[in-house]
Design a protein around this ligand. Sequence first.
Ligand code: AMP
Length: 356
Amino acid sequence: MKKEKIDDMLASYDTKDLTIATVCSHSSLQLFHGAKQEGFKTIGIAVGEERRKFYDAFPHAKPDEFLMVEEYNQILDHTKELQEKNAIVIPHGSFVEYLGADQFLNLNLPTFGNRNVLMWESDRDKERSWLESAGLTMPREIKDPKDIKKPVIVKYHGAKGGKGFFIAKTYEEFKKRIQSDKPYTIQEFVMGTRYYLHYFYSPLQNNAYQLKKGSLQLLSMDRRDETTIDEVQRLGSIAELEEIGIHPTFVVTGNIPIVMRESLLPKVFKMGEQVVEKSLELFGGILGSFCLETVVTETLEFKVFEISARIVAGTNPYVTGSPYSAFIEPGLSTGKRIAQEIKYAAKNNQLSEILS
Ligand code: AMP
């Protein structure tokens, strides 16, 4: 979607009467809750009654209205009606996945954040070149499976939520498990503890960790709960289970709140800064919320294995604030922070700088 087209659309919007819209899934309860707290009207886009129904149980997070569709790509047929309601779309992981990258990129609605980031985030080579050229350390990539000498994790391209990923400790194990018809990447399996860091970058406001342009906040962090790897030890060691053909999987089922030792926080901010500064150079910047998925090793080094360029579900434990956002504003969630940024930009006639 051409930026000029979105800017023209915004010119016709009544910016005192904006509506926040998102797909009913992932982190939508938090997004609606935060938008309502900041005084926005809200629209939930839902497929099927099942998706809609449970919002009745959460009145503070229930959207003011629903746009019911039979399939997600029907959202494209409703853009006019959403534009008439001055709708701004907040994307999340499921939103992009359900709609598909191409349709998301062409969605004819003002969308929070910079859609150009998708190209850099969804292509593993581009993602690596962005993060490494920013100065971050990623797990080593093993190009030739014959070079597997230590544990590796094999990731199929485009696999969502860790689906189908597997661990191999030798070339033989790799050969046994690989589905070679699917494109894959082999990464060093980093030993350590996982932290998923939730940042917010504002190109507009200078009231946090100062960057060349705008400022950066750390709103929270989580650890993902992944089935079956995280609880597999209840049945036996991974080695024992592998012997009888039971292999651990990495399917995300939930998120666990966490804080890290305070001495690591300067590194956390430095990494966020490097990612943002490089993104500004490469594609106009990663705007708003993003997450670095990291492993901290025993020598207290961060290895970053993934970036998510929008709100992540790991922020959901913190709808009433986190041990970090409490130091910014009591009760501040990522959903609320996004709504605040839109409100600030609308008031200062800067919506074009945070929407695409
Ligand atoms: P991803 O889809 O890349 O976020 O990976 C899914 C899960 O696999 C992560 O949440 C981690 O638990 C695990 N994982 C991914 N990459 C690595 C790595 N290089 N070393 C150790 N664990 C990893």
